[in-house]
Design a protein around this ligand. Structure first.
Ligand SMILES: C[S@@+](CC[C@H](N)C(=O)[O-])C[C@H]1O[C@@H](n2cnc3c(N)ncnc32)[C@H](O)[C@@H]1O
Length: 266
């Protein structure tokens, strides 16, 4: 019998520069009823046990980013505890702004950014109020947010206005399936006929049918997401990638020479 290969030891995480004592960290974390994002805060302490979806997401995105973001500006919509702002800052981003609508998450993001000693502006803004933001960003992180929006196209059009170059979109989605389809009237005015459309649809979630979570509103398929991104002004797209069968990851950019390497997404 051959001995099993020893598991590769995970590299110890880098220590954040401004971590308080382990006891203080545990008290800080315990002062919140819930953490969604797993963030390392020092002394072996994470906000929650993992791994979590956003960590796998970062692992997929990393090869598409330059080794150094070279001061690029980043907007993170629905930033939660600020995992992506911290990661992009550590990779050389310049101005980084996160917006979030839930008070506890805003407080968590402030705590985490202080511990990591990164300059990130975290704003209490609902994604439907992005018209209040009057600056442009090189990169927009738009992950885990689209299906939480009542008016996703409106918000994506605002993202298009605020984004100079590229957006990272991750969302719950309808899986492509040859059995999918709706019968819809299509065609020019005097030749309209009912046609069978297999893609380009979005399912309305009226209550808490998805995950028992009343904050979910729409689940699109990949053609719908691509169509909305084109409507919002994006022109170049990565292939669709899936973190789970119904979790779509897509990169889109306005510029052919983008900060993101769209071809590197797996
Ligand atoms: C599923 S979590 C995803 C968090 C993070 N973007 C990620 O990918 O790990 C959704 C986040 O979006 C926030 N959110 C939901 N609806 C929002 C809205 N209308 N405006 C701003 N933030 C919102 C939630 O409070 C939560 O922090």
């Amino acid at each position: 019998m051959t001995a099993a290969a020893p598991e590769e030891a995970a590299a110890p995480p880098e220590e954040p520069p401004a971590a308080p004592s382990r006891e203080e960290l545990l008290a800080l974390i315990g002062s919140f009823p819930y953490w969604y994002q797993r963030i390392y805060l020092g002394h072996g302490v994470y906000t929650v046990p993992g791994p979590r979806l956003h960590e796998e997401l970062w692992r997929r995105i990393e090869p598409t980013l330059p080794a150094d973001l070279g001061g690029a500006s980043v907007l993170d919509v629905g930033t939660n505890a600020g995992y992506f702002p911290i990661q992009t800052k550590r990779r050389g981003a310049g101005r980084v702004v996160g917006i979030e609508s839930v008070d506890d998450y805003l407080r968590q993001a402030e705590i985490c950014r202080r511990i990591w000693n990164v300059e990130v502006e975290v704003l209490p803004i609902d994604a439907h109020q992005l018209d209040r933001v009057q600056e442009q960003f090189d990169l927009v992180v738009f992950t885990g947010i689209l299906y939480h929006l009542k008016n996703p196209l409106h918000v994506l059009e605002q993202v298009g206005r605020l984004c100079r170059d590229a957006v990272i979109v991750e969302t719950e989605c309808i899986q492509d399936d040859p059995r999918n389809g709706v019968h819809v009237r299509q065609g020019p005015t005097n030749q309209i006929e009912v046609k069978f459309c297999q893609t380009g649809v979005m399912k309305f979630i009226e209550a808490d049918e998805l995950n028992g979570d009343g904050s979910n509103w729409w689940v699109p398929d990949v053609a719908c997401v691509l169509g909305m991104l084109r409507t919002a002004g994006f022109r170049y797209f990565s292939a669709a990638s899936y973190l789970e069968p119904t979790r779509l990851l897509l990169l889109a950019s306005k510029q052919q020479q983008s900060i993101l390497n769209l071809a590197a997404l797996r």
